[in-house]
Design a protein around this ligand. Structure first.
Ligand SMILES: Cc1ncc(COP(=O)(O)O)c(C=O)c1O
Length: 398
């Protein structure tokens, strides 16, 4: 499309990036090919020399994957995008393509388990200093960013406690320290929050979550300025190979067509269920970004257009009570995935965040009674009844 930014997000999600072949197909073409042929040895030489534009090899680029990258970039309002095989490949590539031995990275402590491992365990192996701060405490950011820093990594809302961070204030401090700000925007989706407008330089996604939204494929994406993507990220991804499969890109393009409808419906259900859960006697506490009782609700309302599709809640009675609720649910199924059309529940302390250790979990408030609910597209009243019935197991046991 020639001027994709002229359209609103729901339109971009359906059309942006589409490149039709000479057969004028309606749906995006799926180029399941690992390589490409050249008309001549001279054309191959010119392509590798960069003087002619031609697809070379699907590790470097593929027309179906490029359609997805262009669509994601248009919706995000980013200059460029590169798709990756998974969300973790996106986070890993964004960090490792930029950082060098001797560099320093400051990260908000509240990160998804694998992101936490990259920062705490992988980066120091390569001589990169990694500093964690409590993301909601601006004094800690000020102190950490008083030292020159190459990168800042944060997740907002965070997995699983839905902590919301002050992106403009953090970005200002980060930029003054010389850092590139990377935001993992998975929980907000490209629709509810626009980190690049809030001061971030790079946005990463697990496309596995809402962008697919139907539990089919893994995928990831890194978005940012053209210069950074082409000069910093691209040489790293081209040579290390975390490429997205064209088949997965095709499914993700189809997922994007319904993203606005799905996220809108799931957000409405999540807000309703957060209120329902908060009113239940077995629920000690609920976290939902736009609820009045969320510690950063004003910030959430300023930075996000809705509270998202995740609700986190704590039941009194620790692990035994949380497991009893999970096992009593019939509609919402136990799964560590999220952002699916099917509602999913997980116990973060024993799954997604088991490897960060008990001490770090305690600092993040991930107690044994915490349950993360990813709200899907079922009738919200059926979900409410399922939750109510599952919680009543605790009442019966009490
Ligand atoms: C916030 C966040 N970032 C990154 C990831 C990693 O994505 P993937 O599983 O696609 O590698 C996940 C979930 O797995 C996540 O919840």
């Amino acid at each position: 499309m020639s001027h994709p930014s002229a359209f609103r997000p729901a339109t971009l999600l359906v059309h942006a990036g589409t490149e039709r072949t000479n057969h004028d197909e309606t749906a995006e073409a799926l180029f399941l090919t690992s390589g490409f042929v050249y008309d001549s040895a001279e054309q191959a030489e010119a392509t590798f020399a960069g003087t002619e534009k031609h697809y070379q090899y699907s590790r470097f680029g593929n027309p179906t994957v490029v359609m997805l990258e262009d669509r994601l970039a248009a919706v995000e309002g980013a200059e460029a995008c590169r798709a990756t095989a998974t969300g973790m490949a996106a986070v890993h590539a964004a960090l490792l393509s930029h950082l060098r031995a001797g560099d320093r990275l400051v990260a908000a402590r509240a990160l998804f388990g694998s992101c936490h491992w990259i920062v705490s365990t992988l980066l120091p192996r390569y001589g990169i200093e990694a500093v964690f701060v409590d993301g909601a405490d601006m004094a800690q950011w000020r102190e950490a960013l008083a030292t020159p820093t190459a990168m800042v990594l944060l997740e907002s809302p965070s997995n699983p406690m839905l902590e919301v961070l002050d992106m403009p204030a953090i970005a200002e401090l980060a930029h003054a320290a010389g850092a590139v700000v990377v935001v993992d925007n998975v929980f907000a989706t490209p629709l509810l929050q626009h980190p690049l407008q809030l001061g971030a330089d790079v946005v990463v996604y697990s496309c596995t979550k809402h962008i697919d939204g139907q539990g089919r494929v893994l995928g990831g994406a890194v978005l940012g300025r053209k210069k950074w993507i082409e000069e910093v990220l691209q040489p790293f991804t081209r040579n290390t190979g975390p490429a997205m499969s064209p088949f997965n890109a095709w499914l993700l393009l189809k997922g994007m067509e319904t993203l606005a409808l799905r996220v809108d419906a799931a957000c409405r259900s999540a807000a309703y269920l957060a209120d329902f859960l908060a009113a239940q006697p077995q629920v000690a506490r609920v976290w939902y970004p736009t609820r009045e009782d969320h510690p950063q609700h004003a910030l959430a309302r300023a930075q996000m257009s809705a509270g998202g599709t995740l609700v986190t809640f704590e039941v009194a009675g620790g692990k035994a009570a949380a497991f009893a609720v999970l096992n009593a649910l019939r509609l919402a199924r136990v799964s560590n995935n999220l952002g699916d059309s099917k509602s999913l529940v997980t116990h973060p302390a024993t799954t997604t965040h088991v490897r960060i250790g008990a001490e770090e979990r305690a600092r993040l408030g991930i107690t044994e009674g915490v349950i993360r609910l990813s709200v899907g597209l079922e009738d919200v009243l059926d979900l409410r009844d399922d939750l109510g019935r599952a919680l009543s197991v605790l009442r019966a046991a009490a």
